[in-house]
Design a protein around this ligand. Structure first.
Ligand code: GSH
Length: 212
């Protein structure tokens, strides 16, 4: 059986679970021995980060590499369209998530500790996230009608984090209508709904515990 090194609240672990669920695959989830970033886990995964997939001894890290591997290994249902431009658009969408939108959210993680909240960081990242959401609206507009795929697996999770942090940190984020509509379409996708049935309560509980 596939093994996934992951932890429940990890954003990229949830992205990967959405890809696994979309493919209808079963997997066994394992916490990283010693915790992520630990010397023990780095014996298994050089970079020490999550998620990582073990397919019968073949070990691969990075959610994007994992999703593309799963698509090659288990082609149906596909995570990438058949035509070159559709495939390129899906990859563009996915990389925009991983390298642009999610890092703008992640910059706020230092503010999760209520004793160390930096109001200027909240204001700066509200602007940065708003700008990225505006750019995403343009990307979506350039690629209408793509079926659910690789490029969509990370967004529902990052959107959920932005929504959860907005009242907690007092963020001021402007959501383009097209991005809210995209979020709503994604939440109707069964792989996303299945993941969210456990992920959203986990995320809320984790953030509540941080808030004390
Ligand atoms: N680009 C990587 C990012 C993965 C990532 O940042 N994972 C976080 C958990 S959500 C992590 O392992 N952080 C600890 C670290 O990077 O050492 C991917 O897509 O898998």
């Amino acid at each position: 059986m596939l093994k996934l090194y992951a932890i429940p609240v990890s954003l990229y672990s949830a992205k990967t679970r959405i890809a696994l669920r979309y493919k209808g695959l079963d997997w066994q989830e394992l916490p990283p021995p010693g915790g992520y970033g630990s010397a023990e886990y780095k014996q298994i995964v050089a970079s020490g980060n999550l998620p990582a997939l073990d397919d019968d001894g073949f070990l691969i890290a990075d959610s994007e590499a994992i999703a593309e591997y799963l698509d090659d290994r288990f082609p149906n249902p596909p995570l990438l369209p058949g035509h070159p431009q559709g495939r390129a658009r899906m990859r563009e969408r996915s990389r925009f998530h991983d390298t642009r939108l999610e890092p703008a959210l992640r910059a706020l993680f230092g503010n999760l500790d209520p004793d160390r909240r930096d109001a200027q960081l909240n204001a700066r990242q509200s602007v940065a996230i708003t700008e990225r959401l505006g750019q995403l609206a343009r990307l979506l507009d350039a690629a209408p009608g793509l079926a659910f795929g690789l490029g969509d697996c990370g967004y529902p999770v990052t959107f959920a984090w932005i929504d959860a942090l907005t009242p907690r940190l007092g963020l001021n984020i402007v959501w383009p209508e097209a991005v809210r509509a995209y979020q709503s379409r994604l939440s109707d996708e069964p792989a996303v709904a299945d993941e969210f049935a456990t992920y959203l309560p986990t995320l809320t509980g984790w953030l509540d515990a941080k808030d004390g």
